[in-house]
Design a protein around this ligand. Structure first.
Ligand SMILES: Cc1ncc(COP(=O)(O)O)c(C=O)c1O
Length: 388
């Protein structure tokens, strides 16, 4: 398999440990183990802590514990623990699915721009990948008419992602049903990357049901990374029917074998108390959305956005005569601010912003970014590298 470099990951790893104001952050501000324990009534915390500390760190159940899979299965319609396979994040879930579902030469339709894995892995397998473009002209919305033109009798898989990374666009229930019907009409399956599931945005769109719920051709991929602020647990999953979970599991035997036992235990704790985590998410998102709307209004001549309809991300367009990679590097190096270059998503003169960061970090990051824009526009002197 020949893989293209993962452009965004390469750029992120250059800066993510160096900058102070990461406002390109793709998830919600991560939780600490303490925060997870604090989700419990006070009287239950000592016993929960002891059980974590006493946990013998042997291999875990290879497909994830029955308890975790049951908790996840209960979030889908007519889903049993056998339909769920725990994976090392959504990234492994997608990777396994592409590898068991696709053969070289297969026709695949994948949304674009996208989390690069969603089209690069099918390409690496040797598939013929048609891109379903989310166009900037219509405010980064999915156009189902465009998808209809791309799907052919040879299409084996349609790959969608809602809420969408990097634009924050959402597919409505009616849209998703059309995607499913299109796939059904040609005998294809639909892989829906739902990494941003549960991340509702005030004033945004209502969430459609997960793809698994739409029928036997629907496959959902989920993760605790974004909506739970637990990317370090590396817990993702596949929800699928028939032999798909078992076939992915058989391939996973060669890759990561099983989830970490401690990670599985913490994931159970998080899943049991998810409503409290979602309340915290909403507080963070509401504060950052208000701050971002104020900031975009104040700097409307330089930068504009369509706030996310769901999830945490948006692609903002700027009117400055500088390529996005150069601008992102300048922001990181001189202003300690991370805003991801649109070029990593094929969109020049755009920056990807995430509204999941700690609100005070987010607000300062925006202020510093505005100073950088003024400097680039020639209205301020240049800042020294690594300035505070
Ligand atoms: C759309 C999408 N899918 C999958 C992933 C992978 O997430 P993880 O492996 O942390 O669950 C990401 C991470 O940014 C993402 O944005």
């Amino acid at each position: 398999m020949k893989m293209e470099p993962f452009a965004l990951e390469r750029w992120m790893t250059t800066w993510e440990t160096k900058v102070q104001y990461d406002i390109a952050e793709s998830g919600i501000l991560p939780l600490r183990i303490h925060d997870l324990l604090d989700l419990l009534p006070e009287s239950e915390r000592p016993a929960a802590l002891s059980s974590l500390v006493d946990l013998r760190l042997g291999y875990s159940e290879a497909c994830g514990t029955a308890e975790l899979r049951s908790l996840l299965a209960s979030t889908y319609k007519d889903c049993s623990p056998e339909n769920i396979l725990i994976t090392t994040g959504a990234i492994e879930a997608n990777f396994l699915l592409f590898n068991i579902l696709l053969e070289p030469g297969d026709h695949v339709v994948a949304c674009y721009p996208a989390y690069q894995q969603l089209y690069s892995v099918p390409r690496g397998i040797g598939c013929d990948v048609a891109l379903w473009n989310v166009r900037a002209e219509n405010g980064f919305r999915f156009d189902l008419g465009d998808l209809e033109k791309l799907v052919t009798p040879k299409t084996r898989l349609i790959v969608v992602n809602t809420p969408h990374n990097p634009t924050g666009a959402m597919l409505s229930e009616a849209d998703l049903r059309r995607v499913y019907a299109l796939a059904e009409s040609v005998g294809a399956k639909v892989l829906c990357d739902e990494a941003y599931r549960w991340l509702t945005v005030p004033g945004g769109d209502p969430f459609a049901p997960p793809m698994f719920d739409l029928g036997p051709r629907g496959i959902s991929v989920g993760t605790l990374s974004k909506p739970f602020g637990l990317p370090g647990l590396r817990i993702g999953w596949i929800a699928a029917r028939g032999d798909i979970p078992a076939r992915c599991w058989a391939m996973r035997d060669y890759v990561s074998l099983s989830p970490g036992r401690l990670n599985d235990a913490l994931a159970i704790l998080a899943m049991r108390h998810r409503e409290k985590i979602f309340e915290r998410n909403l507080r963070i998102i509401t504060a950052n959305l208000a701050e971002a709307n104020r900031w975009f209004a104040e700097h409307a001549g330089v930068i504009s956005w369509n706030p996310p309809s769901g999830g945490l991300l948006a692609l903002a367009r700027y009117n400055l005569d500088i390529p996005s990679l150069e601008l992102s590097n300048r922001l990181a190096e001189r202003y300690s601010v991370m805003l991801a270059p649109g070029s990593a998503f094929g969109f020049e003169h755009h920056l990807r912003i995430g509204i999941g960061q700690d609100p005070s970090v987010f607000a300062t990051g925006l202020q510093r970014a505005a100073v950088c824009f003024a400097e680039v526009a020639g209205k301020r002197p240049a800042a020294a590298a690594h300035s505070e």
